[in-house]
Design a protein around this ligand. Structure first.
Ligand SMILES: *Cc1c(COP(=O)(O)O)cnc(C)c1O
Length: 399
């Protein structure tokens, strides 16, 4: 049966609509199924295999026992809104009113959805960097917007600022900036961020940030784009606690923006989930108030994991590109004699007992060729798991 409706635009925007009109399974689903079937080490999906800070977990358990189990307020509990505002002040010197300029959401995922659906009219253009987190493409499609990708090139995956300047026009409604960047591990330098702010001002566009990896940077501290001159009034900053606190299943995210933007986004958000995660909200507030040593500690720990996997991949014969943040790194499989990363990833569980994701999954159809031999690996796993993966990957060069 033909089911008509906007869902097709969501699937198409995420690159999942096949030529015959059917919906392709995502490569993530295919690779996760392969991992289960073969017992391979899953370096495909980005979730940690260890628990986050005990005091945060305990705070959630305590909240459930204390009866915090009914609908929280629509904008989030005051304690968490205060904690988000305080976090923005403490780390970045940004000033947000916790009652009018902070909105708690069902993860960064819902924050992005509510924002795009609230602001994008059919025909509006949305600029993203490419490769991009697949949700962006789906949301732009659902809203009836036009996706204008600016492609990032190895080895640094830094945007070409001329290409970026050409991509942003008076038709641009939003520029989405994911920094640190999934899937490449790139972090954008100040010149790039300043250029984005200038372009947004010149063409009267909003800047929507996705900063879920803000505390997982390995080389330089994070500077939110909202802190640049001319950015704060037109920037919707989005983050969440899933990656920072190793609680990806909790789905507590937040938006900071000026009151009129929060009001517009809340008008949509309240009919998506209304509210979520009552007992997790106070726990996130505990997490955001942890001492600086926690935040520097998670970045140090993850950096060591990045180094471990990078070294393993290099000695197995991969070309490894620098990852400066996030859970991920990109490697080129062509030095191993594989021209095609999709085929490589399909064979990898059998050949080396490891699962990874071809980078082409994060591109628009037209630009997939640019990622032909590139693969994304997640390194947010225990060291012994990464060591075992490295040993097994060494088999590839021994063939
Ligand atoms: C994980 C991730 C998200 C989703 O965050 P949630 O808080 O789990 O909804 C959004 N953007 C990027 C780039 C991510 O990697």
């Amino acid at each position: 049966m033909e089911i008509s409706g906007p869902w097709r635009r969501a699937a198409s925007g995420a690159g999942l609509l096949a030529a015959d009109g059917s919906i392709a399974a995502t490569i993530f689903a295919e690779m996760s199924a392969l991992a289960i079937k073969t017992g391979a080490i899953n370096l495909g999906q980005g979730f940690p295999d260890e628990d986050g800070p005990a005091e945060v977990l305990e705070a959630a358990a305590e909240a459930i026992r204390a009866g915090i189990n009914q609908y929280p307020p629509g904008t989030g509990i005051p304690q968490l809104r205060n904690a988000v505002a305080e976090h923005q002040r403490r780390f970045y010197g940004l000033d947000y009113n916790p009652d009018r300029e902070v909105l708690i959401t069902a993860g960064a995922t819902e924050a992005l959805a509510a924002t795009v659906l609230a602001l994008v009219e059919p025909g509006d253009e949305v600029v993203t960097f490419e490769p991009f987190y697949d949700e962006y493409g789906a949301l732009i499609g659902l809203a009836g917007g036009r996706h204008v990708p600016v492609t990032l090139q190895a080895p640094d995956f830094a945007p070409d600022l001329d290409q970026l300047s050409r991509a942003v026009t008076d038709k641009t409604k939003i520029i989405i900036v994911n920094n640190p960047h999934n899937p490449t591990g790139a972090t954008f330098d100040d010149e790039t961020l300043r250029t984005i702010v200038e372009l947004a001002n010149r063409h009267d566009a909003y800047i929507v940030t996705d900063e879920v990896y803000e505390h997982l940077r390995f080389e330089t501290p994070h500077t939110p784009i909202a802190s640049f001159d001319g950015a704060s009034d037109r920037t919707i900053s989005i983050s969440s606690g899933g990656k920072t606190f190793s609680t990806t299943g909790w789905k507590i995210g937040w938006i900071t923006a000026r009151p009129a933007l929060i009001t517009a986004i809340l008008a949509v958000k309240q009919f998506l989930t209304y509210v979520n995660g009552a007992p997790f909200q106070p726990a996130m507030a505990v997490g955001l108030a942890l001492p600086d040593s926690f935040f520097t500690g998670i970045a140090e720990t993850l950096k060591a994991k990045r180094d471990l996997l990078s070294a393993g991949l290099r000695s197995a014969g991969f070309e490894v590109f620098p990852s400066r943040g996030s859970y991920f790194l990109v490697a080129d499989v062509s030095p191993l004699g594989f021209p095609d990363a999709v085929e490589f990833c399909r064979q990898l569980p059998d050949r080396a007992g490891v699962v990874a994701i071809p980078l082409s999954a994060f591109y628009t159809e037209a630009n997939r060729g640019q990622a032909r031999s590139l693969v994304r690996f997640a390194f947010c796993k225990r060291e012994e798991v990464l060591e075992r993966a490295a040993e097994q990957l060494a088999r590839l060069s021994a063939r």
